[in-house]
Design a protein. Structure first.
Length: 294
């Protein structure tokens, strides 16, 4: 696959993430489980069937991440009449994560989470995740970045809704140690003219760390194109049904779509080759047949 600058390689569990390595494919379950453990397990199973390398959840301490005014804001939802009812209803606790941890181990797939606050980092740390993800919303929270760094695990950082100056500072705070940056656009769903996929190469050239892509667009070709442009890790939201209730479902990929996405990424990786010009054995008889001058 294509290189992004002079990127280093990061090891997540038993996998190497970086140039000339197979793309690490993450199915983001996030909050698409709608607070239902059974649905969360079904999404894990769908990711396994598709051939994904990992699944990702989101973890928040609701009363820390959101203001009391925001939690009290009226918002009709399956859990009650306020936004706070929704946020608390979507949040899994220890019992659910223990069940998900066991299920992922049984199915042989890595899992980790986006932790939106320090208490959530502590919560997830008890499960010894292979890495931590920091969402675009947390990129400017330097205290949260430092807290993640203290865990001594690889960090995946999304860069949506962020300027280069903000990313510069975040990379400085994280000290570039075991860091993977994800190019991303924080619109749901994202429009094609907002994707700016060439930033994958630009970020690699600027920071010399592995760069991936976190996509929120509708469709698959642009995510496959991201791999051709050098994305060493790809993250897309997964859902059982894009028409299902939930704020992220419309920007997600259904199981059959995820199977196709993984298949097409692997095909593109094979087609990219190593960049060294050569004559293939199967070309020789064609050459002998078609060339007047050998």
């Amino acid at each position: 696959m294509g290189e992004t600058g002079r990127s280093t390689v990061v090891k997540i569990a038993s996998r190497l993430i970086g140039p000339n390595q197979p793309c690490f494919i993450v199915a983001e379950i996030g909050i698409n489980h709608n607070g239902d453990l059974k649905l969360a397990k079904e999404l894990v199973d769908a990711a396994v069937k598709a051939g994904c390398d990992a699944v990702k959840f989101q973890k928040r301490t609701v009363d820390v991440v959101y203001t009391s005014e925001e939690l009290a804001r009226p918002r009709e939802n399956p859990f009650g009449p306020t936004n706070g009812d929704l946020k608390r209803g979507l949040e899994f606790g220890e019992q659910e994560y223990e069940a998900l941890d066991a299920h992922c181990r049984e199915r042989g797939i890595f899992w980790f989470a986006s932790c939106w606050d320090e208490a959530s980092v502590d919560f997830i740390s008890r499960f010894d995740p292979p890495c931590y993800k920091i969402a675009s919303a947390g990129l400017t929270d330097h205290a949260l970045l430092r807290y993640h760094r203290l865990q001594g695990k690889p960090i995946i950082l999304s860069t949506g809704m962020s300027s280069l100056e903000q990313i510069d500072r975040a990379v400085e705070v994280l000290e570039k140690n075991d860091l993977v940056l994800l190019h991303s656009t924080s619109t749901y769903p994202a429009h094609l003219d907002e994707l700016n996929l060439r930033c994958i190469q630009s970020l690699g050239d600027r920071y010399h760390v592995p760069v991936g892509y976190s996509g929120h667009e509708v469709g698959l070709p642009t995510t496959v194109a991201a791999v051709a442009l050098g994305a060493c890790l790809v993250e897309r939201h997964i859902t059982l049904d894009r028409a299902m209730w939930g704020s992220d479902q419309a920007a997600s990929v259904e199981p059959r779509g995820f199977e196709r996405l993984v298949r097409e990424i692997r095909a593109v990786e094979e087609a990219l080759g190593d960049g060294e010009k050569r004559i293939f054995d199967r070309e020789i008889p064609v050459m002998k047949k078609l060339r007047r001058v050998q």
